[in-house]
Design a protein around this ligand. Structure first.
Ligand SMILES: Cc1cc2nc3c(=O)[nH]c(=O)nc-3n(C[C@H](O)[C@H](O)[C@H](O)COP(=O)(O)O)c2cc1C
Length: 405
């Protein structure tokens, strides 16, 4: 069973990650991984931290001569900012009383985390609950993508809207007051070359450039007001064979696994597969994707295809060969630059304003690559479960044998 564990604090020495049960013989493309890490660090509306860091993967084990060995893969991503936090993050130096934080920020792990662990300094919670951890997840997702490329499986992701400015995923047109009107299917094909180019060239990772200025202006306005924004993200995967996941047990379902992978990302508050929430407003005759013989232009070459993809490529907990699409909502960043939010001192119960810490105004573009990475992990997990073997050559034989049946 493919699994990974991460460790590390936001201002500690760095992040450590272990991936277990990854097959041998996979050629590792470090540039590809570092490119994904760079995307996570960029995007309009990010804070000063990203100017300090230039995330790069450093393998500690499990890769030799450029290829995975089948042993646990471990890697390190350095926090350059540690140099500025050495004193406060030292493993042994006592923490001065005056630097301890007792006022939890609403929307963060601060409150429940410090009560749960009985901690008298909220920094011990916020350092680990921080989205700095998503750098590890992006690297894991990139390694999974490198493996899946061997089977023609490709991933893409984009930002649909930020703070209500943007496009409706169902129609590819600008959001209006009635986002359910005229709904038919998820029509934005993130693999379309011109859309891909727009996403790559956009600081917002948006598929349509005409919304760029309007959205940036909204982020600027939020920044000027000391406020923050969230948004809607979509990710897709193409070329997934029929039958990953299972209908036989609740925790074997592909959509359930993807939902957990994506929902566990900091600040993600909803996960939809395909039409998602909008399927509640459709009739059965409008919602379900009729089946035809012939190869799909959009998915795996199965000999069957659909003209619509409201199911988002998953039926009965299994991939059906069409594009798998996931859309999710990211809430606004909970650390604000002005004291809007009330809180209390946990020791004295005195009313306070939530403390202000250097932060992003908008991290939706960065989060979109994290969502893509989470999706890549889930697909890789089920791919290995179905075609599993210890090395790439063996997995290729299993995969080709399945396709022949
Ligand atoms: C890529 C990314 C960057 C983030 N940057 C920040 C940030 O700079 N400041 C902040 O307060 N929250 C940031 N967040 C969100 C918080 O980490 C998150 O809201 C918090 O840990 C609480 O978790 P929850 O929202 O899942 O409940 C970011 C999230 C992501 C995915």
């Amino acid at each position: 069973m493919l699994r990974f564990l991460t460790a590390g604090e936001s201002h500690g020495k760095g992040l450590v990650t272990i991936i277990d049960n990854f097959p041998a013989g996979v050629k590792i493309d470090e540039d590809f991984i570092n490119e994904k890490l760079k995307i996570r660090q960029s995007g309009y509306g990010r804070g000063a931290r990203q100017k300090i860091e230039t995330d790069k993967i450093e393998f500690l084990s499990g890769v030799r001569g450029g290829f995975t060995t089948g042993s646990p893969i471990s890697f390190f991503i350095k926090n350059k900012d540690y140099d500025n936090w050495r004193d406060r993050m030292d493993a042994y130096k006592p923490v001065p009383e005056e630097s301890k934080i007792h006022t939890p920020r609403p929307g963060h792990a601060d409150f429940a985390g410090s009560i749960k662990f009985g901690l008298d300094d909220i920094r011990n919670v916020l350092e680990r609950s921080s989205a700095r951890e998503t750098a590890s997840r992006v690297a894991v997702g990139a390694i999974c993508q490198i493996f899946l490329k061997n089977f023609g499986i490709e991933f893409a992701s984009a930002v649909l809207s930020i703070g209500g400015v943007g496009i409706d995923k169902s129609r590819g047109s600008e959001l209006n007051s009635d986002p359910l009107a005229g709904y038919s299917a998820s029509v934005i094909d993130l693999f379309d070359p011109s859309i891909r180019r727009n996403i790559e060239n956009s600081e917002l990772r948006m598929p349509y450039s005409y919304l760029e200025e309007k959205t940036k202006a909204y982020i600027d306005k939020m920044k000027a007001e000391g406020d923050t924004v969230g948004g809607l993200i979509t990710a897709q995967v193409k070329g997934v064979p029929v039958g990953l996941g299972s209908f036989t047990q609740w925790d074997e379902k592909l959509d359930a696994h993807i939902s957990m992978s994506v929902m566990s990302i900091q600040a993600i508050k909803s996960v939809e597969i395909g039409a998602g929430v909008k399927s509640a407003y459709l009739k059965g005759s409008e919602c379900h994707d009729s089946i035809y013989c012939g190869n799909s232009k959009n998915g795996a070459a199965t000999g069957f295809f659909r003209k619509t993809d409201n199911a988002g490529g998953i039926e009965g907990g299994m991939s059906n060969g069409e594009i798998i699409s996931v859309t999710c909502a990211m809430k606004p960043i909970p650390t604000l630059m002005k004291p809007y939010l009330d809180t209390v001192d946990l020791n004295t119960c005195e009313p306070k304003k939530a403390f202000l810490e250097r932060s992003d105004v908008c991290a939706v573009p960065a989060a979109s690559i994290v969502v893509e990475s989470a999706l890549a992990f889930s697909i890789c997990y089920f791919f290995l479960k179905k075609f599993g073997g210890d090395g790439l050559a063996e997995i290729k034989r299993n995969y080709e044998g399945y396709l022949k049946k």
